[in-house]
Design a protein around this ligand. Structure first.
Ligand code: ACO
Length: 324
């Protein structure tokens, strides 16, 4: 008998204001055609003035708890995956914890940029597997609009704000791949690639939040290689083949990265959940946003094998295998 983390509920939140590619073309030298062809992105949502990462996280967290029929009183742990915290400290998760009315348990942030959700899920799953906690709320929430250089067309068209969350609950399993719940997590980092994707500020360097800088083509190249490698690793760890994947739920960075990764796995495109067109790259929020849309559309069903994958600044990357 082993302990597994079951995904008991999923929730998501997008800020009200949606900005189309055409609207961005009025700001920088770009076009709807260029953005759609190179990225698949059609619009992104931007947080309202005064709307913070913790506000987005709270909406998504509450929705996940509702979907799981859980209350904040049931929660042992809140983790917020974010690279755009409300403040340098304390953790955005503690603001969410307070807003949920949760006065016990633990709350902290995980920072692995676009891989943040997979990292945070791994951390929460470990707490549950060792028996330290019975429940956890894992949220990915970002306000990347606040760290974009709105004069740089090579980056500002690519990102958006949003949040998504999953509520986890401990359950007993047999220990094999037929169990329900998170079957395995695989996370990696290679800090030598710092300069390819980073923010040129921070409390210890410039005492400002800074702006996102990226060598897009290099990121693209590494993304496809690292993502296919970590998916292979995740499948092998569970004695599975790609044919057993019911749904691939990738970090939503770029339609072309999603297509290239699926092609490397020989996975039919209809098994890949795509939401990047609707909200652009929302970093740590994108996987739970995609999960939420797939669950609500009735695609992901109990018993399905769901593979999550992400790569982001650092570089960091990872994958999780879940039997829903
Ligand atoms: N509108 C119009 N033209 C543009 C824009 C824009 N928004 N941005 C760049 N261009 C121009 C460039 O200036 C360049 O012009 P030039 O040929 O005259 O010099 C031309 O378009 C081609 O630029 P490239 O950077 O070579 O274009 P590429 O095909 O590589 O596409 C992109 C760029 C979309 C950024 C791509 O490299 C990419 O998606 N990379 C991955 C980045 C990513 O997803 N990062 C997210 C974080 S990490 C992650 O989530 C995996």
């Amino acid at each position: 008998m082993v302990i597994r983390s079951i995904v008991a509920g999923v929730g998501a939140y997008l800020p009200a204001r949606a900005v189309t590619n055409a609207e961005l073309a009025a700001l920088v030298d770009t076009s709807d055609d260029w953005i759609v062809q190179r990225t698949g992105i059609r619009k992104r949502h931007l947080a309202a003035e005064g709307e913070l990462t913790s506000d987005l996280a709270l909406h998504a967290g509450r929705a996940a708890l509702d979907a799981a029929s859980m209350s904040a009183r049931d929660l042992d742990l809140v983790i917020v995956a974010t690279a755009t915290p409300d403040e340098t400290f304390p953790a955005t998760a503690t603001r969410v914890q307070a807003a949920l009315g949760m006065t016990r348990g633990a709350a902290f942030d995980v920072q692995a940029v676009c891989s943040g959700f997979v990292y945070a899920l791994n951390v929460a799953d470990n707490f549950i597997r060792v028996g330290q906690y019975k429940t956890a709320l894992v949220i990915g929430a970002e306000t990347f609009s606040r760290i974009l250089d709105w004069k740089d067309r090579t980056t500002c068209v690519l990102f958006g704000d949003g949040a998504g969350a999953v509520a986890l609950r401990a359950a007993e399993g047999e220990g094999g791949k037929k169990d329900r719940g998170i079957l395995s997590n695989h996370i990696h980092a290679d800090g030598r690639h710092h300069d390819m994707l980073y923010v040129d500020g921070g409390p210890s360097t410039t005492q400002t939040a800074g702006y996102l800088r990226m060598q897009g083509r290099e990121v693209f190249r590494h993304a496809v290689t690292n993502l296919s490698a970590v998916i292979d690793e995740a499948l092998a760890a569970n004695g599975m083949t790609a044919a057993e994947i019911d749904w691939l739920v990738p970090h939503q960075a770029n339609q072309r990265i999603l297509e290239s990764t699926a092609k490397k796995l020989d996975l039919p495109p209809e098994k890949v959940i795509v939401t990047v067109d609707q909200h652009a790259n929302t970093s740590a929020a994108s996987i739970p946003l995609a999960l939420d849309s797939a669950v609500r559309a009735g695609k992901i069903k109990r018993g399905d094998v769901v593979v999550l994958e992400a790569m982001g600044g650092g570089f960091t990357w990872g994958a999780s295998v879940i039997r829903w």
